[in-house]
Design a protein around this ligand. Sequence first.
Ligand code: CUA
Length: 321
Amino acid sequence: MRRKLFLLLVGVVALLATAGVAAAANGGFTPVTPHSPNAARTNDAYYVILAFTGAIFLIVEGALVTFIWRYRGRGRSRTVDAVQVHGNTRLELIWTVIPVIILCAIGLVVFYELPGISSAPAAANPIRVTVEGHQFYWQFDYPNGARSINDLYAPVGQVVDLEVKSADVIHSWWIPELGGKIQAIPGRTNHIWFRANAQGTYTGQCAELCGLYHADMTARVIVGTGAEYHTFVTSTAPAVLGKAEFQGVCATCHGMQGQGGYGPNLSSNPLLIQPAGLDTIVRNGRGLMPAVGNTWTAAQMKALVQYVKTDVYKGAATSGG
Ligand code: CUA
């Protein structure tokens, strides 16, 4: 009686503990709603595999529970032998052929879906954007020379072809709603694409452990109308870029106001108003600080210099305190 009560208690606790996961938007186990054709195809393959593995799970566990119950001891002595069976050719053939058929079916589905995952629709005229991974931010270069940090702007319904690179270590580009992951590897260019089917903001996360602030290496893809995209890439004012650089690159370690965090407090560091010195440290790094700006353009550096001078620098530190 005590034991049954204990088992019941364990069961109830397990149900309560997993209820939250099950109640999450997608059950916690299934992929996010796709918003790009390649993501949709990846999802299709996922559900086909889930159907097979789910059915196999139910059959195997069902048989296990049935056998445990039906052939339980019923008080027989432990030394009593059951019927001894050796070999059953028909059964063995069945449980070999069925898995082969299942694997072939899964293989067929995956190979059918694969071309539409790896290649963008042929007729589309893609926008080519370079995605460069850095410790610990993403940098985007658009066809007209515009550059943005952490936020990638794109027009709805148009194919965006991404050339994914790295300026330091291996990162991994991943916006789940817009397709799979692709690694950003130093010295190599990888390709991935998306065609967002709705306006909105799609968030993602670097998916390769790349150092101390890997977890903060997030990205957003901001999808708007064609006109909104055009406005963005033709009018990125230096002030906007400078702010994005400071908040997306420097603030990770030094705080949003330069107040310090993992990195030292910057707000009263005179280096902030010495363009040449700032340029050197941002391009080359120093000590624990990575060479965050090793691929920055002169215009980009100028935007940062301007921003930190007007918005971060608080004047020389007063002595004492
Ligand atoms: Cu970059 Cu993790």
